[in-house]
Structures are given as structure tokens and as C-alpha cells.
Design a protein around this ligand. Sequence first.
Ligand SMILES: NC(=O)C1=CN([C@@H]2O[C@H](COP(=O)(O)OP(=O)(O)OC[C@H]3O[C@@H](n4cnc5c(N)ncnc54)[C@H](OP(=O)(O)O)[C@@H]3O)[C@@H](O)[C@H]2O)C=CC1
Ligand SMILES: [Cu+2]
Length: 496
Amino acid sequence: MTTPTNERHSSLGFGNLWAVVMSAEKPKNTSESVLLHPLDTAAAPEPELLCIFGTGDLGRSLGQRLLQSGYRVVYGSRRPTSCGPLPQGTQVMSHAAAAQSASVVFVCVHRENYEFLETLAPQLRGKVLVDVSNNLKKNLYPEANAEYLQRLIPGAQVVKAFNTLSAWALQNGPSDANRQVFLCGNSAEANQAVAKTATKLGFTVLDRGSLSAARELEDFPLQLFPEWRLPLRVAVGLIAALFFYVLIRDVIYAKVELGKDISFRIMVSLANKVFPIVSLIMLSLCYLPGVIAAFLQLYRGTKYKRFPDWLDRWMLCRKQLGLVALGLAFLHVLYTLIIPIRYYVKFRIAASTVLQMKENQTKEFNTVWAWQGDSFYSTGILGFGMFLLLGITSLPSVTNALSWREFNFIQSKLGYLTVFLCTFHTYLYGWNKFLRPSSYKWNTPPAFMLSLVLPTVVMVLKLLLLLPCVDRRLTRIRQGWERTDPKDDSRKSLLA
Ligand SMILES: NC(=O)C1=CN([C@@H]2O[C@H](COP(=O)(O)OP(=O)(O)OC[C@H]3O[C@@H](n4cnc5c(N)ncnc54)[C@H](OP(=O)(O)O)[C@@H]3O)[C@@H](O)[C@H]2O)C=CC1
Ligand SMILES: [Cu+2]
């Protein structure tokens, strides 16, 4: 099959190229170029030849991948004779000779060393130059590296690509987490040539348009968990605030009012109060923006108006909010499982048994308490199970395997069910504590009550949205229906 790129290459003429390579073998040219591994020229059609400038980490890894994917590779180096080990089967030459031999040149050199390319402008005219470079910091230079390269060699077609992959990832080939190659460039033809190579290497190509997108691509590898920042800050803030709240209500209250030192409880009891509370609050924070958005659409009577920025940002980090909440719920499970082996608990059980024996009495079995305890654990287990399911289906590999309807069913319907189960679990924990005056130490509500506010609000709002008349209206709006302004209508009729 002859693709346009192949045609371009054949018009370059590999015969001439091999004349260049073979002549490099002659003693007079050894300083210019070295053939590491002579290729069998009698073989059927020659594979495409690509050029790499720079024999560093990335250059070597890229060369290796290209060879494995059926390309021939020629390196351009400052020191063709002493550049260290290169993948078997590649040649290395001077920059000028290497540039002339291929139509695509990967520039695997740091931006700081680009100046030498200017002297190669004549040899690089009309070539596709792939800029793979990254910077150490954002906004280090006034223009993107790829734009700088284009300015140095206006006659070439610069394509920004591969910079989001590490040398390691390139060498090992694409994995699920590292499958995408972003590229951008001003020439559609050049973009396509690079995209073809990336696809042949096994990557998925995402074309981000013209070279003006290069800065964005160069910023990608410098990002530090941008979408995790807000959820983690929320988690740390809530954990700190609630820890102080329970510390004051439990430990300090016991010391001040009862003269008892229960500070040992900080390690397990307090942790096992704070983590589930923050988890439940964060779970409801995943579902609150969706409900707010629905009410906003109902109020505005259209879905075509942009949401406020804060709501947009909030909605975009729901997955991370949910995963942090899941992590905290998992800690809650672990802390709960170790309760029976705690010294304090074993001591209390033994003490109560001994007391019953001493006083020769037996505690009656309380069926209501049994119901309460079992329902409490059961809703907790079911809620956590659902929560795990939500977490698993948010993994990209699983999400990709689900249809939109399946994803929506799990994340929305089962999501609200999870909120319900976890909230109900907490209400069951509260049980008779809501009405007991001794629960309100120093006139403050217990911490678990604070965790119930948001999920209860979410569930009440969601129930309102499920009312048939509201649901019908929202569905119409989401299908594109818009409420016409009565004032506009009256003006129109006046004009008529
Ligand atoms: N390493 C990685 O994981 C990744 C790297 N990149 C980018 O790839 C590019 C290369 O990175 P990497 O391979 O790690 O770097 P290295 O330092 O390992 O290699 C750079 C190569 O550039 C050449 N070079 C060095 N100085 C000069 C100079 N003054 N003039 C001309 N050529 C020079 C050398 O090759 P020679 O001696 O043969 O001339 C050298 O081996 C960088 O722009 C980097 O940002 C992008 C993504 C990931
Ligand atoms: Cu619990």
C-alpha cells in the first residue's frame, strides 16, 4: 500500500541515501559517519528511514522503539565516533549527513542546545522536525520550545510530539496508562506523518491542532496532580478541623469535667471517628454539585447557559473527591476490624463479665439493640461495597469498557444508593443519641451529626428532583427545550 508519506520518501530516493551511508564506510569519511551494523541491501523493500538528533537517553529509547516497530534509524551526533552504545542496527553520522538522509528528524536534544540547528537550516529545509523537548519549569522561556525551533528553522515543518512520554515508557512500549501521544503543528501533512509513526509504535494519537498549542503540551509533564489538589486540600482541611473538634469534645472534656485521662483514644477511637465522617462529607460533595447544577438549569429554564466557574471546577474534580472519600472509608473499615483485638476493648469486656459474676447477675439479651447493631453493620458493609464498585468503575480501563448508559447507571443511580446506605449507617449509629442530653457535651452536637448535614441535604434535593413534574421539566431542558421569556413574548406580540 502506498501512502502519501511513502510516496514522499520514495521521491527522496533511498538509493541516493544508501549511497551516502555506504560512502560513509570509506576510510576518508570515518570522522563524519560510522556504520554500526551493515544492513542486508538485497532484502525486499527497504523500511522507512528516520533520523534522530542526539544520542542521549530519549534518543536511544526512541531509536530502539522505532527499530522494533520496523523502521531504520540514523542518528545525528556531535561525536559520531564516540557517542556510546546505540541500539544495534542503527547508524550514526554527523548532523548534516543524517539530516539529509531522512525526511523526518526527531530532535532529542535539550532546548538550551538548539542553536547549532541554525547552521543546519539548508539541510533541514522541507523536513519534518519533531520537537520532543520539555522544560524544568513552566514559563521558563517567552515562547514554547517548538515555536523557538520553528523560528530557528523557518524552512522546516515543526511538530511537537512525544514530550509527555518518558524515555522509560518509550523503551517499554505503550501500556494502558501511557498510551497517548499528544501532537501539534502547523502543517497537517507533517502532523499526519508523525501521527503515522506514533500509531505504528502502538500509541494513540491526539492531535491538538496548530503549533500554538505547543506550550500547553510542554506544560503537561510539569503538572503536579492538578485535579487532585482541591480534593486533597478539602480532605486535609476537614480532617484537621474535625480532629480538633473531637479532641475537644472527647479527650479535653473528659479531662476537664471528669478528671479522666483518655488521651490514648486519639490513636484509634478518634481516628475512627474522623475518617468516616470526612469520607461521608466528601462522598456527598461528589453528588452535591450535580444536584445544584440541575436546580440551576431548572431556574434558568435552559441548559445552554454556562455554569459558574466554581461549579465547573467542582464538577471536574468529583472523581478525585470520590476516590479520596473511598480511601478514607477503607481506613474506617480497617480501624473497625481491629476493634476486638484492642487492649482497651478486651479489658472492658473482661471487666464487665467479672462484674456480672461478682454481683451474680445476668444481662438480658436486648433484641432491639441486636437489630440496631446488625442493621448498623449491614448498611455499613453494603455502603462500602457499593462505594468500592463506584471506585472501580471510575478507573479509565473500566470506564472505557462501559457504555454511557451503564456508566451513568452505576455512577448516578448506584452512587445515590451509596450515599443513602452510608448516611443511613450513620443515622443507625446515632440511634438514641439524638435525643439524649448527655450527647451534647458543652452544648455541642457530636461530630457524627455534623457529617449528616450534607448527605441529608443531597438526598432531600435529589428526592425533589425525582418528583414527576420536576423530573419531566428537567428532562425536557436536557433535551434542548428552552423556556421563552414571557416579557419577550409580549414584546413580540406588540410588534406584530
Ligand atoms: N529523558 C526523558 O525521559 C525525556 C526527555 N525529553 C526531552 O528529550 C530531549 C533529550 O533528553 P535526554 O535524551 O534525556 O537528554 P540527554 O542529556 O540524555 O541527551 C541529550 C543529547 O543531546 C545532545 N547534545 C548535548 N549537548 C549538545 C549541544 N550543545 N549541541 C548539540 N547536541 C547536544 C547529545 O547527543 P550527542 O552527544 O550525540 O550530540 C546528548 O546525548 C530533551 O529536550 C528532553 O526535554 C522528553 C521527554 C522525556
Ligand atoms: Cu461506619
